[in-house]
Ligand binder design. Structure first.
Ligand code: ZN
Length: 247
């Protein structure tokens, strides 16, 4: 009908593009001029990779979003409805190059393109509608240094395709956890509440939330954020990343 689904979408906590912004972004971002991995060839229609690069990467199988390699990694750790990724990540493959570029070469738009593409694919599955998307937050100091949070751009791309809001301020990162991967899981999880905090519990109550990050490896960060989100009354959780790395 062209009207917002609910009044809440009108508030500043949500990032829903106006039709005009959406069209401008669509033309500018959905069709990058050059393949985002090789910067050499023209991308395939509705995609960000050229044919040569696309042939080198494996899309994540979305036929069973509730029971797959992604969800298996959270078994016994975090109750999730769905776990999905855009692609499989392996060293030096085009998706690896694209993610490196979007994180370290000031190319956040690649994350948005990958989000749009995954969102379009998810619409073709029988996945239940979700209520909102939450990007894994960066520590403010890290976000300032990089200039953006790549997961927020991924969330925005997904949100456009799925037509649901992004709750970008609902989860806050309080602690800089650069050395986290060196600790074992038990040590890391002693202080989950000190690292991430819910800021807008009222907004999230009773909702099916899609928590998103760039790459899924062991899922430690997603697990910490997810634990916090599931403290919210009636909330349920699904996860999505741009890529899943082999363990
Ligand atoms: Zn290419």
């Amino acid at each position: 009908m062209g009207t917002p689904k609910n009044q809440a979408q009108m508030t500043s906590n949500f990032i829903i593009p106006s039709p005009r912004e959406f069209c401008a972004g669509f033309i500018h971002l959905l069709y990058p001029e050059l393949c985002v991995a090789c910067d050499r060839d023209i991308p395939l229609k509705n995609a960000c990779f050229c044919l040569k690069c696309r042939q080198k990467i494996t899309p994540f199988d979305l036929s069973s979003p509730g029971d797959n390699e992604f969800t298996d990694r959270f078994w016994g750790r975090l109750p999730i409805q769905y776990g999905v990724a855009g692609f499989h990540l392996s060293r030096k493959n085009p998706i690896h190059r694209a993610i490196h570029k979007l994180k370290y070469h000031n190319k956040p738009e690649i994350a948005e393109i990958l989000g749009r593409e995954l969102g379009q694919k998810l619409k073709l599955t029988d996945i239940q509608q979700m209520d909102g998307i939450i990007p894994v937050p960066l520590h403010p100091a890290k976000e300032r240094a990089r200039g953006y949070n790549q997961s927020l751009f991924f969330a925005k791309g997904l949100a456009e395709s799925m037509q649901i809001p992004v709750y970008s301020k609902a989860l806050e990162r309080k602690k800089f956890t650069a050395t986290q991967t060196k600790k074992n899981r038990m040590e890391r999880f002693e202080n989950v509440g000190e690292v991430f905090a819910i800021r807008q519990a009222d907004l999230l109550e009773g909702k099916h939330l899609l928590l998103v990050d760039d790459v899924m490896t062991t899922g430690a960060t997603l697990e910490m954020c997810g634990q916090q989100l599931l403290q919210v009354q009636g909330a349920s959780l699904s996860l999505a990343t741009m890529a899943i790395a082999d363990l």
